[in-house]
Design a binder for this molecule. Structure first.
Ligand code: 1CP
Length: 356
């Protein structure tokens, strides 16, 4: 890995369960925190920069993507940057007709529903990742000692957009397909695992220090369906980035019943949504599993006293895990007052880290 990040950055120490890069026990000098969707619509400087540029064009403009990635780090003093991109970028890079429609989300020109549709999916050349690699290099060069987290969409979540053709609530299309036509499902999910795995790998090879696989919609699956039809594909995505020395994080919402399966798919760290208390997550995953999460985004608009009490409870609940990186239980809502996020970061940094 080409990352210049110091091996004992608080974020990486927590992701390694309280160890430095050589595996020796250490305690970081502050509690690390970052926020899913910290880049983006909650920031006025983002809205100004993005004006007149479509979402996916912004992602593929290396200078703009780097600048948007850096904005929340400058503003909030968070302990990590999350690369500004989107889970559907590998589809666009493969030549698939996909747009992010404002106030809707990803929309495909032709949904992928039949065996013939899956067989017609394009191949994605490694060269196509050039704008991503360039944006990551520029970002890392400007981040100094703050690590960059790369990411990709997990096969189920990505395939859910491909089958439905747009955001949906219940993900009926992909859930039907995995039972009604499991061979087509496996072919589609394998394709998605390949492009997502290579998207993460491109970011890590260009200098990102960790990577998160987002299976945002995995919570719509029963445990048996996840185990039979989805977990192996997420494991295939992770296999592209195993052994690089970068911590791998696995996150989804509504995943309380499958936390152990998320870990078993190949993750070092499990991201916990706001529905599961972190002490309970540790009971389900074992104390050696580092956790990330899980401040309830709904409380960002509550009175400060209410929010502060909640943040302190989350810190306490996470203290039984070998490592804990503070985050939200899902993304920053677009209407969030950015000053509240800055205040949450300084509160977390004021709570002194646990000593051995
Ligand atoms: O015009 C805009 O500002 C569009 C809003 C937006 C942004 C800022 C979209 C469209 N994507 C992004 C960036 C993005 N997407 C990031 C990087 C920034 C950061 O985290 O700070 C990341 C990590 C994602 C990942 C992503 N895209 C996920 C997984 C995370 C999650 O929230 O669960 C998902 C599900 C998507 C799809 C997507 N892209 C955009 C939207 C609005 C959606 C969700 C649509 C839906 O509800 O189904």
């Amino acid at each position: 890995l080409t990352s210049g990040v110091t091996a004992d950055s608080p974020l990486l120490v927590e992701y390694r369960g309280g160890r430095d890069a050589a595996g020796n026990p250490v305690r970081p000098n502050r509690r690390p925190v970052w926020f899913m969707r910290q880049a983006g619509r909650s920031l006025p400087e983002y809205r100004t920069l993005r004006e007149g540029t479509s979402m996916l064009d912004a992602c593929l403009d290396p200078e703009m993507a780097a600048e948007i990635t850096l904005q929340p780090v400058r503003r909030h003093d968070v302990d990590a940057a999350i690369f500004f991109s989107d889970i559907v970028i590998p589809l666009r890079l493969a030549g698939i007709d996909v747009e992010i429609v404002p106030n809707v989300g990803p929309v495909l020109g032709s949904p992928v529903r039949t065996r013939a549709d899956v067989e017609a999916l394009p191949t994605l050349d490694d060269d196509a990742f050039a704008p991503i690699t360039e944006a990551v290099r520029r970002t890392v060069a400007q981040l100094g000692s703050t690590p960059l987290i790369g990411f990709a969409g997990a096969p189920f979540t990505l395939a859910a957009y491909m089958v439905e053709g747009r955001p949906s609530r219940d993900h009926l299309g992909p859930r039907t397909m995995m039972h009604a036509d499991p061979d087509t499902w496996d072919a589609l999910a394998s394709w998605a695992a390949d492009v997502s795995g290579r998207f993460m790998r491109a970011q890590l090879m260009a200098g990102a220090s960790a990577a998160q696989l987002f299976d945002s919609w995995a919570g719509s699956l029963g445990r048996d369906d996840y185990a039979a039809h989805v977990q192996k594909h997420s494991a295939a995505a992770f296999s592209h980035v195993a052994g690089l020395g970068a911590p791998l994080i696995h996150f989804g919402t509504g995943t309380g019943e499958i936390l152990d399966l998320l870990k078993e798919a190949g993750a070092d760290v499990v991201g916990i949504d706001y529905r599961v208390n972190l002490a309970e997550a540790t009971r389900r995953l074992g104390a050696e599993t580092p956790l990330q999460g899980n401040i309830d985004p709904a409380l960002l608009t509550a009175d400060w006293d209410v929010l502060e009490t909640h943040v302190r409870e989350v810190v306490a609940a996470g203290s039984g895990a070998a490592g804990h990186v503070l985050n939200l239980g899902h993304g920053v809502p677009p209407s969030t007052d950015p000053e509240v996020l800055t205040r949450v970061v300084s509160l977390i940094h004021e709570i002194s880290p646990a000593q051995p």
